[in-house]
Design a protein around this ligand. Structure first.
Ligand SMILES: Cc1ncc(COP(=O)(O)O)c(C=O)c1O
Length: 285
């Protein structure tokens, strides 16, 4: 049985209920996070909290808890569920309104929901053991506020389904200038020779925690040449390696794009180095 948290109460997930007037349901008016935890230890907890605070501030929703209270809540939720390795889903919506009106209501109490789902701890860069990803390239048609981790994910969902329609598992999104933005649920890195590139952050991408941790590890180690810059479709076409990053995947190799092998069609050596480093340092954050 999965134990969830809803508005101050721990209860079986199957018994958690919210009002149909909740603005998260009616308008997608809320913010969420997914935080990985392995054997009770979170990866990047404070970075996830910072991003959630930024998102709540952007929507003018008062953060219901301070960071230490969020941490207690999350630890308690782990303790109440059986298992070792989890993704912890957290959502704060504006809450239930008396009337369905677009403008933010004055009197409303945010709805706080959290639950956990089992995940496998990513490995340490073994090409024989890793899941390889196939992606399709599609035009990015989402809103211009993708830096906000809003629960309104229909744009991302529809893009993912464009990939599914051609037997791909993720999509690489390109804007109107043919520049790579991100994937439906991941950030993207490419490799040319020994140079790593990732699209610079702006309103077209989520500031991924995994992206930030990986970049920090690369800078700390001093052994990487990495640029946050515009990544054009031509650069992606010429890439030796493509990686996806997200909290549950860490650094994952793409070995097929639009039906063609990427690099040699196998996880590349730079990917292996990157994920090895990530596995070594994941709990430093
Ligand atoms: C659109 C999008 N970009 C990037 C990411 C990766 O973010 P993080 O590394 O914080 O999980 C996600 C994760 O859900 C996402 O949904």
């Amino acid at each position: 049985m999965t134990v969830a948290f809803l508005n101050g109460e721990y209860l079986p997930l199957s018994e958690a209920k919210i009002s149909p007037m909740d603005r998260g349901f009616l308008f997608g008016d809320g913010i969420y996070e997914v935080i990985p935890a392995y054997h009770g230890r979170f990866v990047g907890f404070s970075a996830h909290m910072r991003r959630m605070r930024d998102g709540l501030a952007a929507l003018q929703i008062t953060d219901p808890y301070q960071e230490h209270a969020w941490r207690d809540l999350c630890q308690e939720l782990l303790a109440r569920n059986d298992g070792d390795d989890f993704g912890l889903y957290l959502q704060v919506s504006r809450g239930p309104a008396a009337q369905r009106q677009h403008r933010y209501p004055e009197q409303v109490t945010p709805t706080v929901f959290a639950y956990v789902f089992p995940i496998a701890q990513p490995g340490a860069g073994d090409p024989a053991a890793v899941k390889c990803w196939s992606v399709a390239s599609v035009a990015d048609r989402r809103w211009q506020r993708c830096q906000i981790k809003s629960v309104a994910l229909l744009g991302n969902v529809m893009h993912l389904m464009e990939g599914v329609a051609v037997d791909a598992e993720e999509v690489l999104l390109f804007n109107d200038r043919d520049e790579l933005t991100e994937a439906a649920a991941c950030n993207v890195f490419i490799v040319q020779g020994d140079h790593v590139f990732t699209p610079a952050l702006d309103h077209q991408k989520l500031p991924g925690v995994t992206r930030a941790l990986l970049l920090d590890m690369m800078h700390q180690s001093g052994d990487w040449t990495v640029s946050e810059t515009i990544v054009t479709r031509a650069m992606v076409d010429a890439a030796d390696e493509i990686w996806l990053t997200s909290s549950t995947k860490e650094v994952a190799p793409v070995t097929q794009r639009d039906g063609h092998p990427v690099g040699g069609g196998l996880p590349g050596p730079m990917w292996s180095r990157a994920q090895q480093m990530f596995a070594r340092h994941r709990f430093d954050y």
